[in-house]
Ligand binder design. Structure first.
Ligand code: SF4
Ligand code: SF4
Length: 279
């Protein structure tokens, strides 16, 4: 049976897709977005041990060269995450599909579905292919929250039991994409078209950065023209919370002005994306 590294499970979330859902966050992401709010999900722990000595309640130990986390002792202070300089966390649980199903079943009577997030959930493609049919047997809906890394057309099997993908389109311009997310944008834009074509595009999200008029306009215009009124379009204000200090110096240590961001919601609507809204 497949396993996957799980960073966190939120049994009841109303911000990870429509209605009340269980949100599962996998560890690991191939991007390194400058604005990442949870950079501790980017890399797998390299077991350097630096965080072990900083834990105030001794919930961490280094055993045979591996960091072991005792969740029963942990008080959730996140000192370990603040200590880690590798964009990782020692609080990762390797879970099998059955382990995760046990957790999902606990909240199943109170939720409409599950959302897989991260990190980047599609890195765990084989695990998802095994998990989703079991989730559907419970009568729950299945969503992927993805940065668009995986080529969905080349990996159609992940969509068979998936109700929809919430896709980040962070940059239309190639150079801006390479700078912002440190990754090319071609597959992401291809996914935008493909997921729309096969009826699996649940929503699209774009972040509005302060004083980036040209890049903001290019990305919003492109997405709005492609999606029209076919799905939700979340226009999200850049927020500095959780962003690494060195990146705040580049992007700004403040939140995008609301009136500035609203201009792009209006632009999206003018171009046909009638379900555009600001968050
Ligand atoms: S969050 Fe990290 S540092 Fe804090 S108690 Fe838990 S393991 Fe220790
Ligand atoms: S979580 Fe970070 S600091 Fe702790 S052992 Fe892993 S890589 Fe080192």
């Amino acid at each position: 049976m497949k396993t996957a590294p799980v960073n966190r499970i939120i049994p009841f979330s109303n911000v990870d897709g429509p209605s009340n859902r269980t949100a599962i966050f996998f560890q690991g992401c191939p991007f390194n977005c400058r604005f990442c709010h949870n950079p501790e999900t980017i890399n797998m722990c390299c077991n350097c041990g630096d965080c072990v000595k900083t834990c105030p309640v001794k919930a961490l130990s280094l055993i045979d060269g591996k960091v072991v986390w005792d969740k029963n002792i942990c008080v959730g202070c996140d000192t370990c995450i603040k200590t880690c300089t590798h964009n990782s966390s020692p609080k990762i649980t390797e879970m099998s599909v059955d382990d995760l199903m046990k957790e999902i079943k606990k909240s199943a009577p109170y939720i409409t579905g599950i959302t897989l997030s991260g990190g980047e959930c599609t890195l765990r493609k084989d695990f998802i292919i095994e998990l989703f049919p079991k989730v559907k047997e419970l009568g729950l809906t299945t969503l992927l929250d993805s940065n668009g890394y995986l080529d969905f057309e080349e990996n159609k099997e992940i969509l068979e039991y998936c109700d929809g993908v919430m896709l980040d389109v962070k940059a239309y311009d190639k150079d801006f994409s390479n700078w912002l997310i440190r990754y090319p944008q071609e597959t992401i834009l291809k996914n935008l078209h493909y997921l729309l074509k096969v009826g699996k595009l649940e929503e699209v999200r774009t972040i509005i950065f302060p004083d980036r008029d040209q890049e903001n306009e290019e990305t919003v215009s492109y997405v709005a023209k492609v999606i029209g009124d076919n799905c939700r379009y979340k226009i999200i204000r850049y927020r500095q919370f959780g962003v690494r200090d060195e990146q705040k110096e580049v992007l700004g240590d403040y939140t995008t002005d609301e009136d500035y961001a609203l201009k792009y919601v209006e632009l999206a609507k003018e171009l046909g994306a009638t379900e555009a809204y600001l968050i």
